[in-house]
Design a protein around this ligand. Structure first.
Ligand code: CDP
Length: 235
């Protein structure tokens, strides 16, 4: 069964996008790209440099010029890639609560989106890719061969994120995780430019009651069904 060349996966926080994305991108020749990392890196750099998050022009400038490098993992600590900003390894810093709290304000700025979308499209058009984010199917790669939109109940997603944080030793109360996620969802869905929503031709999957394997199987079934349809039409 041939995997589609370009796969777009969108959805809210902790809906299962990155786990699904990595598994789909496992065959040799596929590139896995997590676009959220770029918004997080711009946010982290602003916090580090003391740039006010409300300063849209400064944030746009940062997104346009940031020295950002996303490379294969350099340390075996559970990371999927190593992210460097100005040469500094910030892979885990990007997941800090203060980045979570500010990133959706930053990602709503049209100039920030323009700059990062351009970088993402350049990468996405290079070849076989699985790209995950909020606007991949709608804006970044509207020509994707397969678009999946993952969703799940807010409480379920917050619980997944809480457990991830606990596993990394971050001591954040569940209520705080839930509240940050609620606010981030509202900002991501409500912004004017590239809001979080399924593309009209996306397949929407609710992962509330599914584990990782269950989601992966459903998507494989979907791809297999599409292959049969295409060969039926062709034959
Ligand atoms: O990992 P998680 O789902 O919590 O978030 P993420 O994918 O790392 O994205 C962090 C934030 O970046 C999101 O809440 C969005 O505000 C923004 N984002 C976006 O606007 N567009 C994308 N394509 C990816 C992320």
């Amino acid at each position: 069964m041939g995997l589609p060349w370009r796969i777009a996966i969108d959805g809210p926080a902790a809906s299962g996008k990155s786990t699904l994305g990595q598994r789909l991108a496992a065959p040799p020749g596929y590139l896995y790209v997590d676009t959220g990392v770029m918004y997080r890196a711009v946010t982290w750099a602003a916090l580090r440099r003391g740039v006010p998050i409300a300063d849209e022009a400064a944030l746009t400038g940062l997104a346009e010029t940031l020295d950002l490098d996303i490379a294969p993992p350099t340390v075996q600590d559970g990371r999927l890639y190593t992210v460097r900003v100005d040469g500094e390894d910030v892979t885990w810093d990007l997941r800090r609560p203060e980045v979570d709290a500010a990133v959706s304000q930053v990602s709503a700025y049209p100039g920030v989106r323009r700059a990062l979308t351009r970088r993402q499209r350049q990468i996405g058009l290079r070849g076989r890719v699985v790209m995950v984010g909020r606007d991949i199917g709608t804006v970044v790669l509207p020509e994707a061969d397969l678009k999946i939109y993952l969703d799940a109940r807010l409480e379920t997603r917050a619980w997944r994120r809480y457990q991830e944080l606990q596993a990394r030793g971050a001591d954040v109360p569940f209520e705080a995780v839930l509240e940050t996620m609620r606010q981030r969802d509202a900002l991501d869905q409500g912004r004017e430019v590239a809001p979080l929503r399924p593309a009209p031709d996306a397949v929407v999957l609710d992962t509330t009651a599914l584990d990782i394997e269950g989601v992966f199987q459903k998507v494989l079934d979907l791809i297999a069904a599409r292959c049969r349809e295409t060969s039926h039409v062709a034959g």
